[in-house]
Write a protein that binds this ligand. Structure first.
Ligand code: SF4
Ligand code: SF4
Length: 399
């Protein structure tokens, strides 16, 4: 928020109607007034008016918001809840400093060399915290923070920065990787590159790119977010490029809203949609459903993917109830408040189970991570994938 006036105006927009209670995933789980937009805005107002101290408890109440924007979508008075919560978190960081977990996470995500060293360490020690622990026992129970994290896939081969792919009959796309595609899902990064190359783009993956900075913003670290924005904006200056593309809905939404780059920013999903369903085929042949990432639909207003998938997958596509409800990841929330994150994710796993699908298609690596761990913890026989990993260009299609 630009000014104190904007902040007050934003707070005053909430008229306490309670409409947001019907869509808020944290309220649905916790059934507490502080766990819904109305209650969180009331707490922020009390803080602003000096009726409330910036306590640890207040920090918990604000930090358990998933920033999913579902409340904003139904709010007839257009209360900017997510911005208010982000601003409230920044206020608490200024007043109280960052809690240790936020300090560590912000530092790791900002320092690529440190991230690489930690990933290498994670790979070496994985037998201790990963496979060695049975899914529901061992470390997964003794160390609550690790619950479900043995589902993190191959950390051993980060996707390399600095590469160039394809010949570029249709122009040059700059690929912004983001942390999860680079370090956790290199295969997803590869599939994003392959998709763009198959459609006729030259793809450049610039060196020097880092975390997009959204996690920092969400943790109240505006300075960290600003530093990353500046460094990434410089890294993405590629001569002759026609667009910046990402395979992560959260990164795309953040780049679109806050970066103000000279090139258009597109989610890879938008590239698929522009091409049309007739240009693609489904490569898995299994029954699949779809989970809509908050940062794709509400963050970017890209809402045509379910229709597109229905057209490409035909009878293999089955719609999931509440497919647009947040998966519960919430970034640092999943580490600091695993009971909230897993509680919301448990419902998603149940919805997947109801469909009978063995594949959950989505468009955000964070949703893939969260849904896979919740499916595993819930004993549901299905796996989540990014759409680019399941679709390929139809050989007969022209571009
Ligand atoms: S945030 Fe919007 S929907 Fe929720 S109580 Fe306030 S005015 Fe109503
Ligand atoms: S952003 Fe999501 S979790 Fe946060 S108050 Fe709104 S609906 Fe609830």
């Amino acid at each position: 928020m630009e000014s104190k006036g904007d902040w007050r105006e934003g707070l005053s927009r909430c008229v306490r109607c309670g409409r947001c209670r019907s869509v808020c995933p944290t309220f649905s789980l916790l059934r507490r007034e502080w766990a819904v937009a109305r209650g969180r805005v009331a707490l922020l107002e009390a803080l602003e008016e000096g009726r409330l101290e910036p306590t640890r408890r207040l920090e918990d109440h604000l930090s358990t918001c998933l920033l999913c924007m579902a409340c904003e979508e139904v709010c007839t008075n257009q209360a900017p809840v997510v911005e208010l919560v982000e601003e409230g978190r920044a206020h608490l960081v200024r007043e109280r400093g960052k809690p240790l977990y936020k300090r560590i996470l912000a530092r790791v995500l900002e320092d690529k060399a440190l991230t690489r060293r930690l990933v290498a360490l994670g790979v070496l020690s994985r037998p201790l915290w990963g496979k060695a622990a049975p899914q529901y026992r061992g470390l997964a129970l003794r160390v609550p923070l690790l619950k479900g994290w043995d589902m993190v896939p191959s950390l051993n081969s980060p996707f390399s920065q600095g590469g160039e792919y394809g010949v570029g009959k249709r122009g040059t796309a700059v690929l912004f990787l983001g942390c999860l595609l680079e370090f956790v899902y290199p295969d997803m990064a590869r599939a994003t590159v392959d998709t763009l190359v198959a459609l006729g783009f030259r793809v450049v993956v610039p060196s020097g790119q880092s975390c997009c900075g959204y996690p920092h913003l969400a943790m109240g670290d505006r300075e960290g977010a600003r530093r990353l924005k500046e460094a990434n904006s410089l890294a993405m200056e590629v001569e002759g490029a026609s667009m910046v593309v990402t395979g992560c809905a959260t990164c795309t939404a953040h780049l679109k809203e806050r970066y103000h780059l000279p090139l258009p920013v597109k989610d890879v999903v938008e590239v698929l949609l522009e091409e049309g369903p007739e240009a693609f085929e489904y490569r898995l042949g299994e029954r699949a459903t779809y989970h809509e990432p908050c940062h794709l639909a509400r963050g970017q207003d890209v809402r045509e993917l379910p229709l597109f998938l229905r057209s490409v997958l035909g009878e293999n596509f089955v719609e999931m109830k509440n497919y647009d409800r947040c998966c519960g990841f919430g970034g640092s929330l999943s580490l600091a408040y695993p009971q909230v994150s897993l509680g919301v994710g448990e419902e998603k796993a149940r919805r997947v189970e109801e469909t009978g699908a063995s594949v959950v298609l989505t468009a955000c690596p964070a949703c893939v991570l969260q849904i896979n761990r919740c499916l595993a913890l819930g004993g549901v026989e299905a796996r989540a994938l990014h759409v680019v990993e399941a679709l390929g260009r139809r050989e007969s299609s022209e571009f």
